[in-house]
Design a protein around this ligand. Structure first.
Ligand SMILES: CC(=O)N[C@H]1[C@@H](OP(=O)(O)OP(=O)(O)OC[C@H]2O[C@@H](n3ccc(=O)[nH]c3=O)[C@H](O)[C@@H]2O)O[C@H](CO)[C@@H](O)[C@@H]1O
Ligand SMILES: C=C(OP(=O)(O)O)C(=O)O
Length: 438
């Protein structure tokens, strides 16, 4: 398999690419189809590995999946889930974080579930204690085994009142996918309200669920006994869009991201403008460009929505190496998301990481042993290097750094990147990047 990308960097990226549906929504909407008793159709589905992983798991559970990859349409027929003979589920261990979201839907349909060990990016410990607490509160029996988690709910699941210690995206989705068919009322306080969650709520409402979202992060659900299939077009991938925007800024280029939408990106766009990037919002996408002259340093804190998204942080840090002065980035969502800066430092960036909370607010990771704040001093020209992709967003950041650095960089392990970036090599080609694979 070709897994090393040889990048001849130092050329501004110019041109137009398209983003399709959000990785962090599409996979969840696919799981939601399990809750319906009629087929669902999902549109604007990207061809990324996380979609393939969830598809495999759904098929294992008896869902018939038909895909039109070019059109980006998935048809999901869950009518045979009760008849499925699930075998080989261990083969799905370590593939992504989505399997944990199968718990509620499978418990409703089968009264039991087995969930293999999770994968996803190693950017912190990523515990699942909130998920398991939620399932137990609905009345599930949860057993942690060596290979995964076994769950039972022989008497069904019953609505409950839950307060999340932190507005976790996955735990909020766990609750939604479980509460919609539980008996009675469920109330979740301190819920996450990311746009991908709101679109999942749209899907569940189309299926027949009753869900209200209050302004104070409280979500209320009235359980219903049955749900039907849905037809839905996924919201665009705001992380991919921001990643290409960061690539335009770092390389001094000009990229139009078709499919990108302003409402989900307001916070990113403010930061992009403060750094000195220009953008124009069009009906069918957003054009991002470097207007020439100096970029400006900033102070930035990642946070839950509507704050600056943690998944935007890694690509933007590469652009900050090209800004004049000291930028401060405080990562408050994951305790260990700065590992990727080692490689940037090796390419000539001046970045120092600290255990202290250097942003505006103390966070959960302060006074602990986590290097979760970074100071970036720029501008520093980046030099070509041999680098290894550590995780999805860190990997894309390395790619941006290689595209920014003059000379040939060898980026190993690029296979990780297609977990969340559809056809990224074709897109690089369309943007005028020079590269080869080996
Ligand atoms: C597939 C997917 O949608 N992934 C996204 C999702 O991840 P994911 O849903 O895993 O992220 P969470 O929002 O749950 O995690 C946020 C924080 O809560 C902690 N936590 C979470 C669950 C739990 O049971 N216990 C616990 O302590 C995590 O360790 C982390 O520090 O939201 C993140 C935050 O926007 C994004 O970076 C990921 O891209
Ligand atoms: C952290 C991410 O994804 P996952 O939760 O799938 O690991 C990401 O998309 O940046």
């Amino acid at each position: 398999m070709h897994d090393v990308l040889h990048v001849n960097g130092g050329l501004p990226l110019h041109g137009e690419i398209t983003v399709r549906g959000a990785k962090n929504f599409v996979s969840k909407a696919m799981v939601a189809s399990l809750l319906g008793d009629t087929p669902s159709v999902l549109r604007n589905v990207p061809q990324i590995r996380d979609v393939a992983v969830v598809r495999g798991l759904l098929e294992l559970h008896g869902v018939r999946v038909d895909a039109d990859d070019v059109a980006g349409t998935l048809s999901l027929d869950p009518r045979n889930v009760e008849q499925a003979h699930v075998a080989d589920i261990d083969a799905h261990a370590g593939s992504s974080r989505i399997p944990i979201l199968f718990c509620g839907p499978l418990l409703h349909r089968l009264g039991e579930a087995f969930i293999p060990d999770l994968g996803g990016c190693r950017i912190g410990d990523r515990p699942i204690n909130y998920h398991l607490d939620i399932l137990r509160q609905f009345g599930a029996e949860v057993d942690k085994l060596e290979q995964g988690i076994a769950l039972r709910a022989p008497n069904g699941l019953v609505g409950t009142k839950i307060h999340l210690p932190y507005p976790s995206v996955g735990a909020t989705e766990q609750l939604l996918l479980t509460a919609v068919r539980a008996r009675g009322l469920t109330e979740l306080s301190n819920a996450a309200i990311e746009p991908e969650i709101m679109d999942l709520i749209n899907v569940l409402q189309k299926m027949g669920a009753i869900i209200s979202v209050d302004t104070d992060r409280v979500i209320r659900i009235e359980g219903v006994p049955r749900l039907r299939g849905f037809q839905h077009t996924a919201l665009p991938d705001r992380i991919e869009a921001a990643s290409w925007a960061a690539a335009a800024l770092a390389t001094g280029g000009d990229i139009t991201v078709k499919g990108a939408k302003q409402p989900e990106m307001t916070t990113f766009l403010n930061v992009f403008r403060k750094v000195g990037g220009e953008f124009d919002v069009h009906d069918d996408g957003i054009r991002f460009w470097h207007p020439g002259g100096e970029l400006r340093s900033i102070v930035l804190e990642t946070d839950v929505h509507p704050g600056f998204m943690t998944d935007w942080q890694q690509p933007l840090v590469v652009a900050l190496t090209q800004a004049t002065g000291l930028s401060i980035v405080h990562e408050t969502v994951y305790e260990n998301r700065f590992g990727f800066v080692d490689a940037l430092r090796g390419m000539g960036a001046t970045i120092q990481v600290y255990r202290e909370c250097l942003g505006g607010h103390p966070c959960r990771f302060g006074q602990r042993n986590f290097y979760h704040s970074a100071v970036v001093s720029g501008p520093t020209p980046l030099e070509a290097a041999d680098i290894e992709v550590p995780d999805l967003r860190g990997g894309f950041s390395h790619l941006i750094a290689a595209l920014t650095a003059k000379g040939t960089s060898n980026v190993a392990g690029i296979g990780i990147i297609d977990r969340g970036y559809e056809h990224f090599l074709d897109k690089l080609d369309a943007l005028g990047a020079e590269f080869s694979l080996s």
